[in-house]
Design a protein around this ligand. Sequence first.
Ligand code: FES
Length: 153
Amino acid sequence: MEIDPILQKYPKSRDYLIEILHDIQNAHPQSYIPPEVVTRVAKHLNVKQAQVYGVIGYYSMLSAKPRGRYVIRVCASPICNLMGSSNLIDYLKEKLKVDIGQTTPDGLFTLETTECLGNCAAAPAMMINQEMYGSLTTGMVDILLEQYSKSHK
Ligand code: FES
């Protein structure tokens, strides 16, 4: 994976580690940060690889494991749960034929749950990669899945 353009976008400082990792993950077709990239980023910023893995492990949006092109993260915190996120999770499991943490066989979608996304006023909420969606219904989920599937073709 070519990461030079991303590294050059930011000052060579560990203060930008999170931004760099986000950009790399967003650019990767499997929405993750591969080990060889961790090595390069650590060397570039003059930090230990363990520090980079520490940041990846701390932030639930970042992943060191391959995932789908689109990562669906449904909020499972109390307010969203009260507003029906558990139904949405069940619906997505059935529709995508995957369990939490799994990726569809075509490599398009990974289903995850997450803590509060800070969008409680529009519960139930979820994110697909960097995009936030709220006040969701199963009908809206259908439309979103169709849109993302089409945008990939
Ligand atoms: S509880 Fe779901 S966004 Fe806050």
